[in-house]
Design a protein around this ligand. Structure first.
Ligand code: GDP
Length: 150
């Protein structure tokens, strides 16, 4: 058996479900945590090169009920592409996750996501619900598969 250690990043605006995703993937659980902080988090914050260093794959996540979090994916992807590169010179594989798909009040159209995904070099996009455990394992599998095939 061969074991691999892969660094996978997850970026996106505050409150889109990143911590919940990691927690769900690692422990299989979903804890409804209520954040006290309101405002000031739903924004793009440029990450340091050190954070990106050695990453083999990345998830860019937004919240389907929050159009700003979708628009900011542009900046998240740009920041990633500016600061990472595989040894072969290619950008690291990246998947776009439309989280909280269990909620009915979508603020982003599937066709806009599809268009953005294609135009910005993502492998693919998937709708996820960390809450209902939809596509969490599948998204990670897809990304890891791609990371290992390079
Ligand atoms: P982060 O700031 O991106 O790490 O976001 P969190 O993981 O802290 O999640 C923010 C809020 O969204 C929390 O209240 C979560 O319980 C909630 N949340 C996360 N994923 C989902 C989901 O798939 N559906 C719903 N309805 N809520 C979610």
């Amino acid at each position: 058996m061969t074991e691999y250690l892969l660094k996978i990043l997850i970026v996106g605006d505050g409150n889109v479900g990143k911590s919940s995703f990691v927690h769900r993937y690692v422990s299989g659980q979903f804890n409804k945590t209520y954040k006290m902080t309101v405002g000031g988090q739903e924004r793009f914050i440029s990450m340091t090169r050190l954070y990106y260093k050695g990453a083999m794959g990345c998830i860019v996540m937004f919240d389907v009920t929050n159009s700003t979090s979708f628009q900011n994916c542009h900046y998240w992807k740009q920041d990633l592409d500016n600061k990472t590169m595989l040894p072969n010179g290619r950008p690291i594989p990246c998947i776009l996750l439309a989280n909280k798909c269990d909620l009915s009040q979508w603020a982003v159209k599937a066709e806009s996501i599809e268009k953005f995904c294609k135009a910005n070099g993502f492998l693919t996009w998937m709708e996820t619900s960390v809450k209902d455990n939809k596509n969490v394992g599948e998204a990670m599998r897809r990304l890891v598969e791609e990371a290992l095939s390079l």
